[in-house]
Write a protein that binds this ligand. Structure first.
Ligand SMILES: [Zn+2]
Length: 493
């Protein structure tokens, strides 16, 4: 594995030494990585981020029900199903363990279901519990991030997508001229409704966490910045995917909280495979017609493997996402080895600065790809930017610290590589503004801040002006401050 970062001296050398000394000790390593400032999580589906226990608790409070044969949570009334309030009451003899297993991948290997099928089956089981609880869900994700010394979350959410699918199904026409395929006025109405929903989500999660901007509260999670990606469900008819993509680009234009679009649902689904290239064309056409700033395009691409799909479906999705749709980030990127010219593609990804969001546990559970079969070392070797992400931390029963630990244990990472992953999670975030680093590989700071000691509290005017104009660089500065503080703990002069 190529390591291009120069080892600095002083406290960073001390923390790197300590890290090397405890790397083989899972207990001390967990503690170290939990406290290590990790930047952000760039690939995190909000509904999959929530643990089953929370869904059951909220569904119980909201009077919802569960079908114990299918483990599907249903809305009231509980006809032929069981009230979750009753089921979860003190003294109830109904065990919750099998339900929690059904709502996640916990213990899936003990059952006769593949990780892939179990993983994707969970979402329809808990989706009713999520309704009306999006603010609670964001609060949970944010609090968990805060406890792990994280600063940023880019959460994927499908607000308004089902509404626009209904609109497209009733009146959309893909063969009509551009601008007449969907009723834009009706899509704009949905945009307004989604913005209202975002307002309500934001207010609720702030209240739940106890954040108060005036008092600079220190409640856990309040210092975690949240932005959203509009997630398009790609297993629908072409006009319905088109309409969702339109909604996504309009949301990015209309609301600064929505910084990107993404395409989700199993990439190996019949429709996702059949329409993949057409979907990339939708993204290209609509992102050009409705330019936004930031214009984040990140796409799940190459979350496939031989056997799961026929070979003809392998080896071109990553390239198509970059070259046709204009994606600047890729989620997963597992099937790169099947590309007709992997060497050329990897070099061009490094050149174009395309980040790959790496989801180690998810790839193991869903695709059975892990250890040496995972392309992470290849991406590192070619200098393609990467960062670690959780994908669905609730469903997978993990957190971001776990993914760092898994990466360290599997690939014997050094401390400089941990810094690289953490820095990339902000450098390649879709937060607006210029980046602090001209390159994270060597941690080279842009000219405006080159004269100031990075992360320090004393900042010269040129750098202060630069930071003030860039929300992204401001958060990056905070990460550097935390990294310095973290490293100083290990330094004995
Ligand atoms: Zn994902």
């Amino acid at each position: 594995m190529t390591v291009l970062i120069v080892l600095p001296h002083g406290s960073v050398a001390a923390v790197a030494d300590y890290y090397e000394s405890i790397k083989q000790d899972p207990v001390k390593l967990r503690q170290f990585l939990q406290q290590f400032p990790k930047g952000g999580d760039l690939h995190n589906h909000l509904s999959g981020a929530v643990y089953a226990e929370s869904y059951l608790q909220w569904a119980s409070e909201d009077g919802k029900c569960i079908d114990l044969k299918t483990n599907v949570i249903t809305p009231p009334p509980c006809d032929g199903t069981i009230s979750l309030k009753q089921l979860m009451a003190d003294g109830s003899t109904q065990p919750l363990e099998p339900i929690i297993d059904a709502l996640s991948v916990r213990n899936f290997e003990r059952r006769s279901v593949s990780g892939h099928d179990q993983f994707f089956a969970t979402f329809s089981r808990f989706q009713t519990a999520a309704l009306g609880r999006f603010g609670d869900m964001v609060a949970e994700a944010r609090q968990r991030a805060g406890r792990q010394n994280m600063l940023y979350l880019e959460l994927m959410i499908s607000l308004g997508m089902l509404d626009v699918i209904r609109l497209a199904a009733s009146s959309g026409r893909l063969d009509a001229p551009f601008g007449e395929r969907i009723d834009h006025a009706k899509v704009d109405e949905i945009v307004s409704q989604v913005i209202t929903q975002f307002d309500a989500i934001e207010a609720r999660q702030q209240r739940l966490l106890g954040c108060n901007e005036q008092s600079q509260t220190s409640a856990v999670g309040c210092d975690v910045t949240v932005r959203f990606q509009a997630q398009v469900l790609r297993t629908f008819a072409p006009i319905e995917v088109y309409a969702q993509t339109l909604l996504a680009v309009k949301l990015m234009q209309a609301d600064a909280r929505v910084v990107a679009l993404n395409f989700v649902a199993p990439e190996d689904h019949r429709i996702a495979l059949r329409d993949y290239h057409q979907h990339m064309q939708f993204v290209a056409e609509l992102s050009a017609a409705f330019p936004a700033e930031p214009a984040g395009i990140t796409l799940h691409a190459g979350e496939l493997t031989l056997g799961l799909v026929p070979p003809e479906n392998l080896g071109w999705h990553i390239r198509d996402a970059i070259e046709t749709a204009g994606a600047t980030r890729i989620g997963h990127g597992i099937d790169i080895a099947y590309d007709s010219n992997m060497d050329e593609l990897l070099k061009s990804m490094a050149l174009k600065d395309i980040l790959v969001e790496i989801n180690l546990t998810s790839n193991d559970v869903i695709l059975g790809i892990k250890d040496a079969a995972h392309p992470l070392p290849t991406y590192l070797e070619y200098g393609v930017p990467v960062t670690l992400a959780t994908d669905d931390e609730g469903v997978s029963r993990i957190d971001l610290t776990h993914e760092y630990q898994r990466a360290v244990t599997t690939y014997d990472l050094n401390y400089q590589q941990l810094l690289y992953f953490a820095r990339n999670s902000l450098q390649y975030s879709f937060l607006p503004g210029a980046s602090l680093f001209s390159t994270t590989l060597s941690a080279t700071v842009v000219d405006a801040c080159a004269a100031t000691s990075v992360g320090s509290r004393e900042i010269d005017k040129g750098c202060a002006d630069f930071l003030a104009a860039s929300p992204k660089a401001t958060l990056q500065w905070e990460l550097e401050t935390r990294l310095s503080r973290f490293a100083a703990r290990f330094f004995q002069p």
